[in-house]
Design a protein around this ligand. Sequence first.
Ligand SMILES: Cc1ncc(C[n+]2csc(CCOP(=O)(O)OP(=O)(O)O)c2C)c(N)n1
Length: 278
Amino acid sequence: MTDLQGASAVPRNSFDKAAAQNRCRTYRRRILEISQQVSALHVAPAFSCTEITDFVYNELMRPEVDGSQDVFIMSKGHGCMIQYVILEERGVLSRADLDSYCKPDGRLGAHPDYGVPGIHASTGSLGHGLGIATGQAHAEKLKGTDTRIFCVLSDGEFQEGSTWEAMMMAGNLGLDNLVAFMDNNDFSGLERMSEGHKAFYPLVAKAEAFGWEAVEVEGHDEEAMFEAIGRRKGGKPFLMICRTIKGKGVSYMEHVPIWHYRSPNAGEYQQALQEIEA
Ligand SMILES: Cc1ncc(C[n+]2csc(CCOP(=O)(O)OP(=O)(O)O)c2C)c(N)n1
């Protein structure tokens, strides 16, 4: 059993790479499908954090025990399609819910809303998810539960002061029940963090200075994430800085910022499906 040291109890002791890859292929296909129904934007942001979100839900989060369950917060709310398709697979959301994604009569918007089953925080205004996660992790400590809080943030959210306030607070409180993932795809809208925000780096050292344990890994390699979290020392909040590719899996989307905003047309949709199946 891999010991998460304060975020203990990984459901299994070995990592099944093929199973994870299959799940992610299925999730990407479904995301394309629901986005086509309404010409939705934000496919590329969801593909950027597909492996991260799969890793949290399928490798780290424990099933509900006595009404208590680990919590997932998608701080980069615009990436929520990956969360929706996983919640659909688990039966928390229905096929009808996803088929009415972003439609006037549906309950799933382009950003997650608190109150929808499986959604623990309303996000979309960037920079708030980690503060909510920190508050909840602190509350769970005060209540004496072993509930763990998982939070996925974009690199762009580290332009928000509120994210750094949460980093400092979680470090101050030693919240070892908080595990955050930075989807570090280098893009923030149309701009590259590495070009416009040079003071953002170095990342691991900065997180450590704020009282966190931090590692940097390939963000589309779940085996690497599994091994990295297994090496966790513990006693502090944990940040996994994941090097990712925005639009991962579809050649014309990868590293092309306009795909934050565009929806594939019919031909592009077919090409995307083929590339994901390949
Ligand atoms: C506070 C706030 N400012 C601006 C926006 C508009 N906005 C939506 S997504 C985005 C940038 C996306 O880049 P990033 O946050 O790094 O996410 P990713 O690259 O993972 O999609 C911006 C500026 C917002 N949602 N919230």
